[in-house]
Design a protein around this ligand. Sequence first.
Ligand code: MSP
Length: 647
Amino acid sequence: MKTFISTPIYYVNDIPHIGHAYTTLIGDMLKKYHQLLGDEVFFLTGTDEHGQKIEQSARTRGKTPKEYADTISLAFKNLWDSFGIDYDYFIRTTDDFHCHSVQVAFQKMYEKGDIYKGEYEGHYCVSCESFFTETQVIDGKCPDCGKDTTILREESYFFALSKYQEKLLAWYAACPDCILPAHKKNEVVRFVENGLNDLSITRTSFEWGIKLPASFNESKHVMYVWLDALLNYVSALGYGGDGERMDFWKQPIHIVGKDILRFHAVYWPAFLMSLGLDLPKHIYTHGWWTRDGKKMSKSIGNVIDPKEVAKAYGVEILRYFLMREVPFGQDGDFSEKALILRVNSDLSNDLGNLLNRLIGMSEKYFGGKISSANTPKYFQAELEALHTILAKLPLLMEQMQLSRYLEELWRAFVLANGAITKYEPWNLIKNNKHEECEAFLGLIANILGKASLCLYPIMPVSATKIADCLKIKISHQDYKHLVLDRALLKDFTIEKIDALFPKIDGFRLEVAPQPQAEPDKIPSKTPAPPKITPPIDTSETIEISDFTKLDIRIGTIMTACKIPKSDKLLKLQIDLGEGRYRQIVSGIAKYYAPEDLIGSQVCVLANLKPAKLMGEMSEGMILASKDEKGLSLLRATEVKSNGSKVS
Ligand code: MSP
């Protein structure tokens, strides 16, 4: 299948920062994922170089707009090259073929009866390159960025956007996933339902833009920068020119930040309808990054330079952190401390250590030879748990729930680490259970191998290193065979490699000085904690010896299913490191789907008297907390050995 994926094209009035890197890394990730699925992908990125904002920025630097654009465009391209971004084309809106393509599109919309001449009167925000009516501006300021708007009154050509209101609403209704996440789509639907004004698509008060087709004989007019910019997605495929790559324009996928959603989810589909071209399959909309809780701004000096982060930690870690830390669609905070925690806990402990242990044990016990021939005989339950986890990933990726995707994937590593604690392969060898130990290491190799294929889009270099170790090819064939068709690894000899993710023991980024709190704003005494309801009963206190009677342990949920005729209860098999699974019946069915629990670690009250619930024996209780937002299971912040005590 041919698949088209795009990032926004970046304005050349600013050097690349972490927000730009985020969008581009996600595009690259998505390309790699689609390649695993066997798709032929065209991944487009580039720079947006026309418009009043660029003209002004160039002038203040004493350069022509083109000279200025050349420098910044190159900075973007160089950054993506140094990050190993696998784009198929880097477009610049000053490319001749693009300018020609925009003129062809303008002509076509005009012939369709969607463009007419009039006069625009209203507000304009140069920073957002966006028009606003009197009722939309707030005290004369832009409702999107808060900067001053200017009042325009000029002759203009208009695109008949209002004609497309009903068609757009019909499209949103017919394609539930055309804009994701869903709450962003709701915002767009509400905006369109409120009514659309026709859109001014030419400007006359500056010069830095694409001219109208010669047949219009309008030397004063240049194209509105958003019409020019949005058309990059098809001009790069040859629209209005050789048209050679237009076969990629089937159900295209766009990645955009929330600030430019309206342009992509309202104007762009209307332009496409006017041109008779396919509408997007998905417009994935992400939130904004802040730094240590503050908006990034040049004046505070807290803008994160992605080059610096990559220099300090490597692109792989940057990719993992950005995609894991914040649910896609929400705003996120870039904190170096959080990044280090992610490396030390997720990458170093859960993943890197696991690979080291596999290499170490297989070398020691079997001269590096690994075989899965007997793995199903001894470890069928673990293999099933693994395949259940991996089967959830495609939908999470399609829905762009990236942090959930990684969270799920990490359950596979929790499963593997928990199994090592449980089966103690060193004791299997001591007790002459060679076949079982070999099958066990086969299990761990399968978990790591299959997981490395699923990790590849997010951490391509690290995943390839793991795959090389395990003699797997990162390819559509191996992905299909091992992940989708659930085959096991062929026998192989493991390759030794150095530790993948050494622990990080201190900050590596230079921190810009942060503004100090003003003395009179520091509270003079500790404020009283907020009131909590219901009140805590302190009339009957307990001794510590009472508490120690409770034997609370960490355990991993191995299987989970509903209990027939009960809408409250789930039946769980939990590994508490006892050499058998405990069955626990728990009243959490309203809050958790069984498949979401497999592989999770929970806290278990392990010495509760067994009891029968709905005819099922329950040997303990899992701990949870409930408030008005719902119920959450209590968990350790890091993976613990099954059976670890909670005190
Ligand atoms: N040129 C337009 C896009 C035209 S696409 C046909 C533009 N350029 S931009 O350089 O201002 O922004 C490009 C992208 O970077 C947007 O998706 C925007 O959301 C994203 N980001 C800019 N700052 C950001 C953060 N601080 N955090 C996350 N992304 C943000 O808009």
